[in-house]
Structures are given as C-alpha cells and as structure tokens.
Design a protein around this ligand. Structure first.
Ligand SMILES: Cc1cc2nc3c(=O)[nH]c(=O)nc-3n(C[C@H](O)[C@H](O)[C@H](O)COP(=O)(O)OP(=O)(O)OC[C@H]3O[C@@H](n4cnc5c(N)ncnc54)[C@H](O)[C@@H]3O)c2cc1C
Length: 282
C-alpha cells in the first residue's frame, strides 16, 4: 500500500509539523477517505500518520470558543455533552457512514478531504466554525466558509495541519437540526443535506436563523436571504416562508445519485422539515 514511500507516526504535534515542513508529505488520520481514494495505486509521497497525536483529540472550552480538536472522531462528537446548537453536528456525526467509520473518521479528515457531500460541513457552517491551521512557522485561523474553496480544494498549505475546529460565541440556546437525504437509510452519500439553527424569542418568533445546504454546490453554502426572511417570523409560519427562490445560490449537478431538479425539490422539503424541527414545541 505504501510502496517505497516513507511512513512516520510522530508522537507530538511538533514532530509532525517538522516532518510536514521538510518533505512534501501526505497526512493520514483515520484513513477512511485516504485509503478508498488510493484505489489500486500505492502512495509515492512520504506519509505522516497523525493518529497518535492525542493532544489534537477532544472537545474543550477556551474563552469564547468551543474547540474541537482535528483528530476528534464522529463517535467522540456523538458522545460529548454539548449545547443544543450542536445537535445538528451530532445528528450529522450519526449519519457518517457506519459505527465503524464514525469510530475512525475525524472531523479534520472530513473537512480536508473537502467533498461537496461531506456531512460535517453544513452543521459547522451554521456554527460559524473556523479552521485553526498550524505549521512550524505559523498559526492561523480562517472561517470554514473561506477554508473550503472547491470540490476537494481547501486553503491548507502542504506544511499545515488542521489542528482544530473553533466555534466562536456559539448561540447555545439555539435549536438545531440536520437532515440528510440519500438513496437508502445508512452508509450512503448525500443527495442533499440541510443544517438549520433557530433562536426564538419568548413569544416564539425567530430572532436568529442559520441555514446551510450541502451536496448541492461544489462547497456547502449558507442561505443568507432565507436567513434574513425568517427573522421575526412566528414558529408556526416557518414552513410557508421557504420558497424556491431562496435556493437560487445553489448549483446542484446531475449525477448517478440524482438529477439537479430532484436535488432542488428535495432540498426545499428538507429545509422546511429542518425548520419545523427547530421551531417545533419545546
Ligand atoms: C464506507 C464509508 C462511508 C463513509 N460515509 C460517509 C458519510 O456518510 N458522510 C461523510 O461525510 N463522509 C463519509 N465517509 C468519508 C469519511 O469517513 C469522512 O470524511 C471522515 O471524517 C474522514 O476522516 P479521516 O480521519 O478518516 O480522514 P483521512 O482519510 O485520514 O484523511 C482524509 C484527507 O484529509 C487529510 N487530513 C486528515 N486529517 C488532517 C489534518 N488534521 N490536517 C490536514 N489534513 C488532514 C488527509 O491527508 C486526506 O487528504 C465515508 C467513508 C467510508 C469509507
């Protein structure tokens, strides 16, 4: 599998960054995207296996941020105690592949693989997540919506590790939901997926709305016009306010999983259902 390529498994982040600085290496985390992407090929570049870097795994609070280490697995997220605004992320975690994949697959692997159908992206977009990138010479933090630049393309430099996903000022009392449509219930790549979060006033009107759609454009997107149009709307009125026009920023493709037209129609219904879940009776 590794051909003649060098394989290292650093025990500290500093060691890993040193390896990434000196060689044009490939990073291996849970391997659940890395190995399938190889197909019949062998790896020619040096491989830096970061799976021993326990300092990059886990969820903590740092000042105004919730910090999710890059090596945090989907199972870790499912098991963590988190406020309701993270419910969409937890639901997405339960939908990633199967339990075995959730045990190995990491949040950073999902983001760096940058599939348009990565289930982690919409729930992180509605949390205004930021990517923390570390190299031997720099530490930078960029919004996830800027980090992901296209199908399988990110702003990560080859010498950088995605060390953590940071959630600033999470709207803790917001209710959130994630819905994924696939051709079957489990182990399936999304045809469309929606994450939504709503904060309601005491009289049940929307004071903050966030909606993101995945698998309907090269990079998952927030829907800012819909978010604005939902402000002040009573929770019983939410479904009626979602119109096809709100999806005009999406650009779904026809492929083996669905036609573009089907994706648009399904997305409209997913958004309505997700808002209904967020705005339903407490
Ligand atoms: C059977 C199966 C079903 C799946 N189902 C789903 C699904 O339903 N939904 C979904 O979204 N995904 C699914 N996946 C894809 C995959 O499991 C997830 O994307 C997972 O989160 C990837 O994490 P990983 O740690 O395994 O990444 P890896 O495979 O180790 O790495 C993926 C990519 O990210 C890079 N990388 C990893 N960690 C870092 C880091 N910290 N810094 C910089 N670069 C890094 C690697 O170099 C590689 O390019 C499935 C995969 C399989 C095999």
């Amino acid at each position: 599998m590794f051909g003649t390529a060098a394989y290292t498994r650093p025990q500290t982040v500093d060691e890993a960054l040193a390896s990434l600085a000196t060689e044009n290496s490939r990073i291996l985390a849970g391997g659940t995207d890395f190995y399938p992407a190889l197909g019949e090929n062998v790896v020619r570049e040096p491989v830096v296996d970061i799976s021993a870097l326990s300092e990059l795994r886990g969820i903590s609070r740092e000042g105004n941020y919730v910090r999710i280490g890059g090596l945090t697995t989907w199972t870790d997220i499912i098991r963590a105690t988190l406020p309701s605004c993270f419910d969409a992320l937890k639901s997405a975690a339960r939908e990633v592949g199967s339990v075995q994949i959730q045990n190995r697959g990491t949040i950073a692997g999902n983001l760096c693989n940058a599939s348009p159908a990565a289930d982690g992206v919409p729930p992180l977009l509605i949390l205004d997540a930021e990517a923390e990138l570390l190299s031997q010479t720099s530490r930078r933090q960029i919004p996830l919506r800027e980090f992901l630049v296209g199908n399988r393309r990110t702003k990560r430099r080859p010498d950088e590790l995605l060390a953590a996903v940071l959630i600033p000022d999470a709207p803790e009392n917001a209710r959130s939901a994630f819905l994924k449509l696939g051709a079957r219930r489990y182990l399936v790549i999304s045809i469309s997926m929606v994450a939504a979060a709503l904060t309601l006033t005491e009289d049940d009107c929307v004071s903050n709305a966030r909606v993101a759609v995945g698998a309907c454009s090269a990079v998952a997107r927030r829907l800012p016009q819909l978010e604005r149009d939902l402000l002040g709307v009573h929770r019983r009125e939410l479904i009626r306010r979602v119109k096809a026009d709100h999806l005009s920023d999406l650009s779904p493709i026809d492929d083996v999983r669905a036609t573009a037209a089907y994706r648009m129609d399904a997305t409209l219904h997913l958004i309505q259902r997700a808002l209904d879940l967020c705005g339903g009776q407490p």
